[in-house]
Design a protein. Structure first.
Length: 143
């Protein structure tokens, strides 16, 4: 069953849209703090390309959640089940899979990992799950 099926009541779809909107608003605030931190680090001559990449991924996911919120609440109309082009999901899946494989590599290759290994393991699992769901979304999209 999909939230775009006729079997799902409109009230449930709208509720999910509002949940996505709340998550997107929270992510926007966190992304804003990240951007401010990155700019202040740049002025202090401590620029980080990794930090810039992580913040841009956060901003992109925030935009995706806002888009899902708009589609699920009925604000935006789409032709199919995907609220954004398929290449966006492909990109997120590839990035998540790369982060997952990179985390596994760092866990195995590093003599002294940065931070507790449980955080790395949780990150690898989350990135792998996100890559899997991006694949599922692409495989089962509506025509």
């Amino acid at each position: 069953m999909s939230v775009f099926d006729e079997d799902v009541p409109e009230s449930v779809t709208r509720l999910l849209g509002h949940v996505c909107g709340v998550i997107a608003a929270a992510m926007a605030v966190v992304s804003g703090f990240g951007i401010v931190g990155l700019v202040s680090a740049a002025f202090a001559h401590r620029w980080s390309w990794f930090g810039a990449a992580m913040i841009s991924i956060g901003v992109a996911v925030t935009g995706l959640f806002f888009r899902w919120a708009g589609v699920l609440t009925g604000y935006w109309k789409t032709q199919g089940g995907l609220a954004v082009p398929a290449r966006v999901y492909t990109g997120f899946g590839v990035v998540a899979a790369a982060l997952s494989f990179g985390g596994v590599y760092l866990l195995l290759a590093s003599a002294r990992p940065i931070g507790p290994p449980i955080f790395w393991i949780a990150g690898v699992i989350c990135a792998g799950a996100l890559a899997h769901w991006c694949h599922v979304l692409l495989r089962n999209r509506r025509k």
